[in-house]
Design a protein around this ligand. Structure first.
Ligand code: NAD
Length: 365
């Protein structure tokens, strides 16, 4: 199989982690007889420096012309003072909107090898953590009108939160379909006791439920959900929610699984061309020191093979190789056990060495 993959290294640790993911993809291509061509795309702060904007049209076009997009991360202190519409993150929003990827899927799953890295009590972790957050990605408050103006001599800032019925319905269907492929439990998260957009959200979910009688739908207010994720994460199978709630809850969910550096995500729309990335940001605090964890990005590449290219065997090969690297005790700093006894069985490695180990496991399998 030949595939054209647009690759966005971005800023901070982005280039380091992407480099390892590309080595892993190349190892898979060689082993399974595929060819992956990589086209580099500038987005984020580096694009602002070179082109004066976070995602020039020509760069977006490169992404739209590819079979899928792999992204590292964008952003950093250096660009914090640029005008709002030119911020690195605006490139990301433009890319998501341009690709029409409205569904962001983030697995929250604990690797058994990293159970002790969870900040939760082991009695809670032992009940299992394995759920998916399906987050609406191109609507809601991040895409509403933002304005700051002076009213009666005082500065007033307004951010508009709007959802149409059809926007809710299409993400709701992804939620039900995802639950159907798993344990058939869907939890719809909103704030319908306060927000009209959430009330509509709830109504649409219940209308859709009639079409998915095999899936059990429950409702949960977002503030309760934030508590339940740390109190009893085993209760969740699939959570479906709007853009901002999903943004916050998925970071919380990633933390309880050990490290933000371990979690991949996929963003899909109506076509098979998806956007794949780790859920973390550009981590400027550790950039350029070869200490970042590349596993979230490597697993994002595995998701690309599975969901956009239908290459299940190849995706399994990557996920198994990550498992083997962890079994052998290789740990980047963020997943190194705090307990000295447990740490004695592990080896602290950098980003490059972790990538090389995963490549080696793929070759040897
Ligand atoms: P962050 O996710 O970059 O970092 C949060 C913490 O997690 C930091 O301590 C960091 O060192 C650590 N961390 C993150 N990824 C890691 C990895 N792979 N291995 C080890 N440790 C890791 O979040 P932040 O510090 O709030 O944001 C930094 C920049 O990233 C900001 O400019 C922000 O806007 C941007 N950002 C970009 C994206 C994206 O590109 N999708 C997402 C979130 C934040």
């Amino acid at each position: 199989m030949h595939k054209q993959i647009a690759v966005i290294p971005g800023d901070g640790i982005g280039p380091e982690i992407i480099r390892q993911a590309l080595l892993v993809l190349s190892a898979v291509a060689e082993k399974f007889g595929h060819s992956f061509a990589f086209t580099e795309v500038d987005m984020g702060g580096c694009a602002i420096d070179t082109w004066g904007e976070p995602l020039p049209e020509a760069m977006l076009e490169k992404c739209l012309a590819s079979d899928s997009v792999l992204l590292g991360a964008v952003g950093g202190e250096k660009w914090n003072s640029v005008p709002g519409h030119l911020r690195p993150e605006k490139g990301l929003l433009k890319l998501r909107a341009g690709m029409g990827v409205y569904s962001n899927n983030r697995p929250a799953k604990i690797w058994p090898q990293l159970a002790s890295a969870s900040p939760l009590k082991q009695s809670i972790v032992n009940q299992g953590i394995d759920f998916i957050i399906v987050r609406e990605l191109i609507g809601g408050i991040y895409f509403g009108e933002h304005k700051t103006e002076t009213v009666d001599g005082e500065t007033v800032a307004v951010d508009e939160l709007m959802y149409t019925e059809s926007e809710i319905e299409r993400i709701g269907r992804i939620g039900f379909e995802t639950a159907r492929k798993r344990n058939k439990k869907l939890c719809s998260v909103e704030k319908s006791n306060v927000l009209d957009s959430s009330l509509l959200w709830k109504q649409v979910m219940h209308r859709l439920a009639a079409e998915y009688p095999d899936v059990t739908l429950t409702d949960m207010l977002v503030d309760n959900c934030a508590m339940q994720i740390v109190k009893n994460p085993a209760q969740f199978d699939v959570i479906v929610t709007e853009n901002m709630f999903g943004d916050i809850l998925s970071d919380e969910a990633s933390m309880i699984t050990g490290s933000i550096g371990m979690i991949p995500s996929s963003s899909l729309g109506d076509s098979s061309c998806g956007l794949y990335e780790p859920i973390h940001g550009s981590a400027p605090d550790i950039a350029g020191r070869d200490i970042a964890n590349p596993i979230g990005t490597v697993l994002a590449a595995a998701m690309m093979l599975r969901f956009s290219f239908n290459l299940d065997k190849e995706a399994d090969a990557i996920e198994n190789a990550v498992g083997q690297a962890l079994d052998k005790g290789y740990r980047t700093a963020d997943i190194m056990p705090q307990d000295t006894k447990e740490a004695a069985d592990c080896q602290l490695v950098g980003c490059k060495k972790m990538g090389e180990t995963i490549v080696q496991m793929i070759k040897e399998a």
